[in-house]
Design a protein around this ligand. Structure first.
Ligand code: HEC
Ligand code: HEC
Length: 89
């Protein structure tokens, strides 16, 4: 294999690895988005303390999934991904 081929191959693999941001969620970097339940999650609720008011393992209500990571900071950074685009929008 010559150098040009090597370089091209490196570029192609590099691109494939860095694009496709929309799929990061599925690779586990982001959690499920609160936008899945818009009727429950008010857009004005963004503070960790507010999230924990419902999702802390200590005081959650029946049916509310408890977070496995109540100590994390910035819940909204991982849980506010836009939903996958639906056709026609
Ligand atoms: C670094 C990114 C990150 C941060 C910050 C983060 N989370 Fe998560 N969260 C995740 C991931 C990834 C999952 C899915 C895997 C799991 O359940 O552990 C998840 C899962 C959850 C779930 C479970 C959803 C279900 O269907 O069972 C809840 C509830 C949750 N997070 C709440 C919170 C709250 C509240 C905070 C802030 C205190 C928070 N998260 C901060 C990444 C994050
Ligand atoms: C008023 C209580 C309440 C507050 C405040 C609240 N949640 Fe929730 N959350 C719920 C309930 C109830 C569900 C379950 C919804 C369902 O299963 O349809 C839920 C579901 C979730 C899920 C799982 C979504 C899914 O589709 O798997 C995540 C993640 C989550 N909340 C994160 C958060 C974060 C982050 C915040 C703060 C910005 C927050 N919640 C604030 C009640 C709340």
């Amino acid at each position: 294999m010559n150098t040009t081929r090597m370089l091209t191959l490196t570029l192609v693999i590099g691109l494939a690895a860095t694009t496709g941001c929309a799929y990061r969620h599925y690779l586990g970097m982001h959690g499920p988005s609160i936008r899945h339940a818009p009727d429950i999650h008010d857009v004005s609720v963004t503070d960790d303390a507010d999230c924990l008011g419902c999702h802390s393992p200590d005081n959650r209500q029946d049916g509310t999934p408890a977070t496995s990571h109540p100590g994390f900071k910035g819940c909204i950074k991982c849980h506010n991904d836009p939903l996958p685009a639906t056709p026609g929008r």
